[in-house]
Design a protein around this ligand. Structure first.
Ligand code: FAD
Ligand code: AMP
Length: 483
């Protein structure tokens, strides 16, 4: 649609973004950078009643979980690793209240930062609910109940997602909680149950397990990390078990009831009906798109059978001038995927080039060892029938990883036999989430494994693992035995 500038009235905008999470706020900022008149509407409220931009990611997801993962990893290392360095720390204890205070401070600082970024970019930040009506009108209801109608040339829907509730184990705080609840525990539960061995379940299980909770993870599927490369998944399972996570596969939860202050969880596995008692239960069985009261009956925007807003590859909803991005549309529910969609849409609205390369989106699990990948798994390549080669380099052979006392895991590269194109990279080991960026860049530029082989990597660094994995794909690794 032609990009006509708004008339300039107080409630008339070029772009109104509904949702101020990692999809919505970048869309608003980029649209403002493109010299458009922009409003960003967000209704997030924290448990203390305060309104905050940043959505799930900053308030209840990526950021608080990483803050706690860092604190608990340090605690774990003090107890398990420092002695190997010759450092004796007698009586190291844990102050959960301080750990939570630090996490809350990080969240507060980051969310206030988003508001500052929106303001600095010239975006009108509105805190309250937005509903899309026909003709790109947005009904805005502020948190104090006052209403305004906003009109826009373009509306971007970025309403995000919410945790899925398990009918057989409904949320009942403080005993049966979602991921947000599990980020706010004030004490370390003695026995913690986690339903779902997905990314969120594993991260939360790690947080509390490192602090001494006995963690049982119940996963309905028979395979661990079924969506990941299975060589990597096998390695991960081995390490998580060693760290004390009791991961039970093929265990489908059928019920949870409070009894004498504990949660009795029933599940079914190959042996039949089972039961465990835990002090806290986290339900982490996935998230569903959220669009409650977002779409007026006359908006014209449609949802698919799973509740996602229907969009094409450029995030157009099919209603002229209405776009949708982030967790509320198809694709992986990841903050960086939503961010790139937001930037793409804001650029397309301004008549610029915009595109998201859905084939090259990295995934990271921030456990220890950390897990990260991009592109195809070995199983997917095999199924496609394409000839490929695989190079694996163990961190045990990395001087930097040894110096860090974190030599578990490996870097694995999968490349096409013929033209040597990199098809997938899978890393489990120290800083995997940082290391994967090199693979993402390489794949974005359609690099070959030879391109990585011929790229100089500083020594000794963890990044050399990817270099050596690329060499290993041609059986030319220098620092490991070629198999
Ligand atoms: P959201 O972040 O959910 O934001 C949507 C916003 O829109 C919310 O503020 C909501 O209140 C608001 N809203 C909704 N409807 C309306 C309306 N009608 N009017 C006004 N406002 C509205 N992803 C990663 O990439 N890396 C991670 O490490 C990671 N860790 C995670 C850890 C946990 C525990 C969880 C739960 C999630 C994690 N995620 C992670 C996923 C990530 O949080 C989501 O992919 C991301 O937040 C999606 O961004 P979004 O902007 O689409 O939606
Ligand atoms: P994710 O979608 O990555 O957050 O992972 C959620 C996980 O929860 C998936 O691996 C599901 O198989 C698992 N899951 C869903 N329902 C149940 C259930 N009733 N019992 C145990 N695991 C479940």
């Amino acid at each position: 649609m032609k990009n006509e500038k708004s008339g300039g009235g107080a409630d008339s905008f070029d772009v109104v973004v509904i949702g101020g999470g990692p999809a919505g706020y970048p869309a608003a900022i980029r649209a403002a950078q493109n010299k458009l008149r922009v409003a960003c509407v967000d209704e997030w409220k924290n448990r203390d009643g305060s309104a905050a931009f940043g959505g799930t990611c900053l308030n209840a997801g990526c950021i608080p979980s990483k803050a706690l993962l860092e604190s608990t990893e340090l605690y774990h290392r003090v107890h398990e690793e420092f002695a190997a360095h010759g450092i004796k720390v007698g009586g190291a204890t844990l102050d959960v209240a301080q750990m939570q205070k630090r996490k809350n401070g990080i969240v507060r600082g980051m969310t206030q930062g988003i508001l500052a970024l929106l303001k600095a970019a010239g975006v009108t930040a509105l805190q309250g609910h937005g509903t899309l009506r026909a003709g790109r009108r947005v009904e805005f209801t502020a948190h104090d109940g006052t209403r305004r109608e906003l009109s826009a040339q373009h509306v971007v829907l970025a309403s995000g997602s919410v945790p899925i509730e398990l009918r057989s184990a409904p949320f009942k705080a403080p005993h049966i909680v979602d991921s947000w609840g599990a980020l706010d525990f004030e004490t370390v539960p003695k026995r913690l149950g986690v339903i779902g061995a997905g990314v969120i379940g594993l991260e939360l299980g790690s947080v509390w397990g490192r602090l001494g909770a006995e963690v049982v993870v119940l996963e309905a599927l028979p395979d661990f990390l079924a969506f990941a490369d299975q060589q990597l998944a096998r390695e991960a399972l081995k390490h998580f078990k060693k760290l004390g996570l009791d991961i039970r596969l093929g265990a489908k939860v059928t019920g949870a009831a409070l009894a004498r202050g504990a949660v009795e969880v029933s599940y079914e596995d190959a042996k039949g009906a089972q039961r465990i008692a835990v002090d806290r239960l986290v339900v982490a069985i996935g998230r569903r798109p959220y669009s409650q009261d977002l779409l007026g009956a006359d908006s014209g925007v449609t949802l698919d059978e799973r509740g996602f807003i229907r969009v094409d590859e450029a995030c157009r909803t099919g209603v002229e001038g209405v776009w949708a991005i982030g967790d509320c549309v198809r694709g992986p529910m990841l903050a960086h995927k939503g961010k790139e969609e937001g930037v793409m849409v804001a650029d397309l609205i301004a008549g610029r080039f915009g595109e998201v390369n859905y084939k090259v989106i990295p995934s990271v699990i921030y456990t220890a060892p950390e897990i990260a990948w991009v592109g195809l798994t070995e199983e997917q390549i095999k199924a496609s029938g394409r000839d490929y080669k695989s190079g694996v380099f163990p961190f045990l052979a990395s001087g930097r990883a040894r110096a860090l006392e974190q030599a578990a895991g490996f870097a694995k590269i999968l490349a096409a036999q013929g033209d040597d194109e990199i098809l997938g990279v899978h890393i489990i080991g120290p800083m995997a989430g940082e290391l994967i960026a090199e693979a993402v860049l390489a794949m974005e530029y359609s690099a070959s494994s030879e391109d990585l082989q011929r790229t100089i990597h500083a020594h000794p660094t963890l990044a050399e693992a990817l270099h050596e994995a690329a060499l290993a794909a041609d059986k030319r690794s220098i620092d490991s035995i070629n198999r």
